[in-house]
Design a binder for this molecule. Structure first.
Ligand code: NAP
Length: 246
């Protein structure tokens, strides 16, 4: 797949109303791609679209915003169908939506466990399941970036449910990569260290980790994701890229 030679590409970025997802969507939009922005909240989606169009009014035709809870199959199906109808084909999927509960495993409720796995792992499965047939059919191929975490490579206390979901993302990445090896589709995972977003700020606010922890900016992760999409020769199918502060 040679994305460099193509001009009008389209990307779905899940969980793109703030943090890493928002910065990735913004970067891709600025680089000339069509982007689909979504999250659980219609209000958040509308606000972010308004904010982006205030800055880049000429991009109106290149953005689509839709509420989509990644853990709900019907909403994932709708988002994929509406996106394909609007832009013709989807070339890039960034499975980014994620949540975390900072809790010991004993204090983690069944509901929190289910929500973590349903959002972080099942959500990625649902998007891959619904989008892959279009990518396989699309002769110019596709790329899927799954956002795992450093906590998808090593265990951390009070993050066991989160770790389970993020280790799972790596298994999903490796398995699907093998399934699509002959279909001109690439599947790669990114495993960032701490990033300065609401996710971490909430944990700091609760006093669980120190506020002076050295964090990366969401824009740095977005740039890395961009590189993974457009310099694919540097990455092999099924690879998990650890990405930490230099
Ligand atoms: N921050 C870090 O240190 C760090 C490090 C490594 C990996 N990551 C991973 O990076 C990804 C992005 O995290 P972030 O730090 O940018 O977090 P964030 O600022 O909390 O943003 C999370 C985004 O996901 C959306 N979201 C949450 N649950 C959703 C669901 N069920 N369906 C659809 N959208 C949903 C949120 O929007 P709504 O609330 O409007 O739904 C928001 O747009 C996550 O997968 C996270 O695990 C983060």
């Amino acid at each position: 797949m040679n994305l460099e030679k193509q001009t009008q590409r389209t990307a779905i970025i899940t969980g793109s109303t703030r943090g890493i997802g928002k910065e990735t969507a913004l970067l891709l939009l600025q680089k000339g791609l069509n982007v689909i922005i979504s999250s659980r909240s219609q209000d958040n989606v509308e606000n972010i679209i308004e904010e982006i169009l205030d800055k880049f009014p000429s991009k109106k035709e290149n953005i689509l915003g839709l509420k989509c809870d990644v853990s709900k199959h019907s909403e994932v199906k709708t988002l994929v169908n509406v996106s394909v109808k609007r832009f013709g084909s989807i070339d890039i999927l960034v499975n980014n939506a994620g949540i975390v509960y900072y809790k010991s495993i004993i204090n983690t409720t069944e509901e929190e466990w289910n929500k973590t796995i349903d959002t972080n792992l099942k959500g990625s499965f649902l998007f891959i399941k619904e989008l892959l047939p279009y990518m396989i059919e699309n002769k110019s191929g596709g790329i899927i970036i799954n956002v795992s975490s450093g906590a998808g490579k090593s265990g951390f206390p009070n993050l066991s449910a989160y770790c389970a979901s993020k280790f799972g993302i790596i298994g999903l990445t490796e398995g699907v990569a093998q399934e699509v090896a002959n279909n001109n589709v690439k599947v790669i995972a990114i495993c960032p260290g701490g990033v300065d977003t609401k996710m971490i700020k909430d944990i700091v606010k609760a006093g669980y980790i120190p506020s002076n922890k050295d964090l990366m900016k969401a824009q740095e992760v977005a740039k890395k994701i961009y590189d993974m999409i457009f310099n694919q020769k540097d990455y092999y199918n099924g690879q998990s890229i650890e990405f930490y502060n230099k």
